[in-house]
Design a binder for this molecule. Structure first.
Ligand SMILES: CCCCCCCCCCCCC/C=C/C(=O)SCCNC(=O)CCNC(=O)[C@H](O)C(C)(C)COP(=O)(O)OP(=O)(O)OC[C@H]1O[C@@H](n2cnc3c(N)ncnc32)[C@H](O)[C@@H]1OP(=O)(O)O
Length: 748
């Protein structure tokens, strides 16, 4: 018996793996390339059902070997007279995670997916997909080529290719609209959204959903449909249902994706491909799908998005310069967590922890604020639960005004006001109150972790956990290790992050950590450009055309100018004279005039009222800038979008290289994940370090040198030595940068 979860009923059942040797000779591959063992298995069940099991852990991706095995095993099933129908399933409770994304950057050998799925659909014997776990991308397209689909109730299905810069190019854009209709297909294909089995059933994407053994249910169905006509079951032969309002639907979808895609080309191609399904016969639609796919497949955007996919997984394999590593550091179990401070961040953190199933003690100093926080947190939990169709985790939280309430927790997350003096006091108190061994984590966005750790009896238990607002929604978590943080504390923070469904990136301790440290030179350049002649509208337009959701000035108005002002005042940047290093007081001057952004109705833009959302250019600000320039000896000049992008983005990238050089981030992927998930860097541009590679390191270096020569008083424009070294080392590809960083004498 080969299927642990599916008992073989027929004594004659045989498990026959396609011989790896035979396959290797067919495709001319050898065992050294790691392909050996990744394939599909064949057995016969209930006498007349051929069962094909995809076997390519961890997600049964359709690699070249799997595709070849599937073809061979289908041929086998079709040639065996005793076999009347076929079931396809995936090993380990996962049907299929799609095409093998790792293959996309290679020569793509092996049989192509499209004819393989077409052949499957043409089969004279019924083929049933037994879908468990996931059916995504090529995996769902494979299932769409089958004649019937049975899904387990916990399965997720979808066509997420658009998130990889592609379209469902194995017939998905042509078969899905024929099966579920144009509106649903357009939505699923352009967003890449996964659907539950229940929704899939409602859409008609699957025929049957079971809570029990999916393979058994699929075999039962396969037995019952053996010998029946398959004419109506071949989706490619069905007419695409075209509602009378189809033209308007496509028009609206195209406008929607152009608006939200921020320059990404794949969503647009997805709409075009579904349009082909609605207007052309299947074969011609497939031609159109192929052409659109060919353009996307080789695009820089697809490379960037696929890089980001793997980067988001690579960051979980963290390491620190002191040698602590993800695979040798064990997290400690945590059951009860305290959150200190229930402002915006503390509330979001409380919600995220409760939703992750942890018991939370939520602490705020005053009763009134505590009650207000309780009301807001309960509302957030209730709304979240409604969306998920689950009960809200209200009983997971105990609220208290007493800091002593944290005495028995396993871990504390401090989220009080961003002020070192206040935080130090809290850390001293916590160190005295908490039971021995309690982890003390801080949600600071950039203060010194070592200084906080020094307030405690056990500095090895102190780690930074920098959440992004809203903390229960944003995927990113910067886990900041200090000089004395133990590997267990870091591993525990990473694990808690994972439990909260975050993508956690372990980074070193420095002012602003990774994200906010890189933001500083970016913001500075934007201010300097205003001094030199730009307007907020011009700077924002350039950045938004690049793909940011919001330009720097609109973003600053949204988050409030006073926040940065307070920080600058605390650092005495506002009062200091800045002699060797250029400092723009523009933000401070606006704050002095009460212009805090949207909340006051005035900031870098004007709004119709305090709290208004629609930013309009403000003639007052333009004349204020003119006077400011005249007073300070700036002569306004014409600044174009290219200069805005080069000055703002290359200064930010330069700081990224410094961060790598200082070993604050262990690789460029860390920085890119932080920027895409935390700072709305356009995903289809991969992240700042990937973008630097795309632009070319020599060009970045040349431009930084040029701007630095023009502005010797802006040190952040001076090219970092790592950048120079990488260029001198022949501009290695991004995955080799770490070698140069680790080996200062590297010539690769
Ligand atoms: C010149 C002209 C050319 C012409 C054009 C040629 C066209 C040829 C191509 C034809 C393609 C046809 C169209 C089909 C396209 C696709 O199918 S693209 C892939 C679509 N699928 C996905 O996007 C799913 C991606 N995976 C996931 O979302 C998740 O991994 C999961 C399946 C939901 C599982 O999640 P989880 O349990 O949390 O595990 P992870 O940590 O995410 O993953 C575990 C490891 O598995 C790796 N992995 C996952 N999916 C794939 C995959 N599809 N291919 C390869 N590898 C995959 C993942 O990277 C993890 O490994 P590590 O990175 O080592 O940690």
């Amino acid at each position: 018996m080969i299927f642990g979860r599916y008992p073989s009923r027929d004594k004659q059942d045989k498990a026959i793996a396609v011989s790896a040797k035979k396959f290797r000779s067919a495709v001319g591959s050898d065992t050294s390339n790691g392909l050996f063992g990744n394939m599909a298995l064949y057995s016969r069940v209930s006498g007349s059902v051929g069962l094909i099991t995809l076997q390519n852990p961890p997600v049964n991706a359709l690699s070249a070997v799997v595709r070849q095995s599937l073809i061979d095993l289908m041929d086998r099933a079709l040639s065996e007279p005793e076999v009347k129908s076929v079931v396809i399933c995936g090993q380990n409770g996962k049907f299929c995670g799609g095409a093998d994304i790792k293959e996309f950057r290679s020569d793509m050998t092996g049989p192509p997916l499209v004819p393989m799925i077409d052949r499957l659909e043409l089969s004279s014997k019924p083929v049933v997909a037994a879908i468990e776990g996931v059916a995504l991308g090529g995996g769902l397209e494979l299932a769409l080529g089958c004649h019937y689909r049975v899904a387990h109730s916990k399965t997720r299905l979808g066509l997420p290719e658009v998130t990889l810069g592609l379209l469902p190019g194995a017939g998905g854009t042509q078969r899905l609209p024929r099966l579920v209709g144009i509106p649903a297909a357009l939505e699923l294909i352009t967003t890449g959204r996964h659907v539950t089995a229940a929704e899939a059933l409602q859409l008609g994407l699957v025929d049957f959903v079971t809570d029990h053994n999916t393979i058994e249910a699929a075999v039962k169905l396969a037995l019952s449909v053996a010998g029946k006509s398959l004419d109506s079951r071949r989706i490619s032969t069905c007419k695409c249902p075209r509602p009378p309002y189809a033209d308007a639907l496509f028009e609206e979808a195209m406008q929607r994706v152009r608006r939200s895609a921020r320059g990404a080309i794949a969503p647009v191609a997805c709409v075009q491909a579904v349009h082909a399904a609605a207007t052309l016969p299947f074969a011609r639609g497939m031609e159109q799908e192929k052409q659109l796919m060919a353009t996307l497949f080789t695009s820089g955007q697809a490379r960037a998005l696929q890089y980001q996919f793997f980067a988001q997984r690579a960051v979980s394999r963290w390491s620190t310069p002191s040698g602590a590593r993800w695979d040798t550091s064990k997290p400690r179990p945590v059951h009860k967590v305290a959150v200190i401070g229930l402002g915006t961040m503390g509330r979001g953190i409380t919600v995220a922890l409760a939703q992750a199933g942890l018991s939370v003690v939520a602490v705020e100093t005053h009763e009134k604020q505590l009650m207000e926080a309780k009301r807001v947190v309960s509302g957030m939990l209730e709304r979240g639960a409604k969306r998920l169709g689950a009960p809200p985790a209200l009983d997971k939280i105990n609220y208290s005004c007493e800091i002593q309430a944290v005495a028995d927790v396993d871990l504390v997350i401090e989220a009080v006001f961003e002020d070192m003096v206040v935080k130090k006091t809290v850390f001293r108190q916590l160190s005295a109150i908490c039971k021995p061994g309690t982890f003390l984590f801080t949600n600071t966005s950039g203060l010194d972790i070592d200084e906080l750790a020094a307030q405690t009896r056990n500095p090895e238990l102190v780690v930074g956990m920098h959440f992004f607002a809203p903390a229960h929604v944003m995927k990113l978590l910067e886990v900041v290790y200090g000089r004395r943080s133990s590997s267990q504390a870091v591993a525990t923070a990473m694990k808690i992050g994972k439990n909260m469904d975050k993508i956690s990136v372990a980074v070193g301790n420095c002012s602003g950590f990774v994200g906010n440290r890189m933001l500083r030179p970016y913001l500075d350049q934007a201010f300097f450009l205003l001094e030199e002649g730009a307007t907020p509208e011009l700077v924002d337009q350039a950045l938004e055309e690049f793909g940011f959701a919001m330009g720097v000035f609109r973003m600053s108005d949204l988050s409030g100018l006073d926040i940065g002002w307070k920080v600058r005042k605390a650092k005495e940047m506002v009062s200091k004279t800045h002699q060797d290093c250029r400092y723009s007081p523009l933000g401070d001057l606006l704050c002095e005039r009460g212009r805090f952004g949207q909340k006051t109705g005035r900031g870098w833009y004007q709004y119709d009222k305090p709290g208004g959302r629609v930013a309009k250019p403000d003639p007052w600000l333009h004349s204020f800038l003119e006077k400011y320039r005249a007073q300070r000896g700036f002569v306004a000049r014409r600044i174009d979008h290219q200069e805005v992008l080069e000055r703002c983005l290359y200064a930010l990238i330069n700081e990224g290289f410094r961060i790598l050089e200082d070993r604050i981030a262990s690789g460029p992927e860390d920085i890119d994940v932080i920027y895409v998930l935390g700072y709305s860097w356009p995903r289809h541009r991969g992240g700042p370090m990937f973008y630097a590679q795309m632009v070319g390191l020599s060009r970045i270096l040349e431009k930084l040198e040029y701007y630095h020569q023009l502005h010797l008083d802006i040190p952040s424009l001076q090219p970092c030595s790592l950048l120079r070294k990488l260029v001198a080392n022949g501009r290695p590809p991004i995955h080799k940068w770490v070698e140069v960083i680790k080996n200062p004498h590297s010539h690769l």
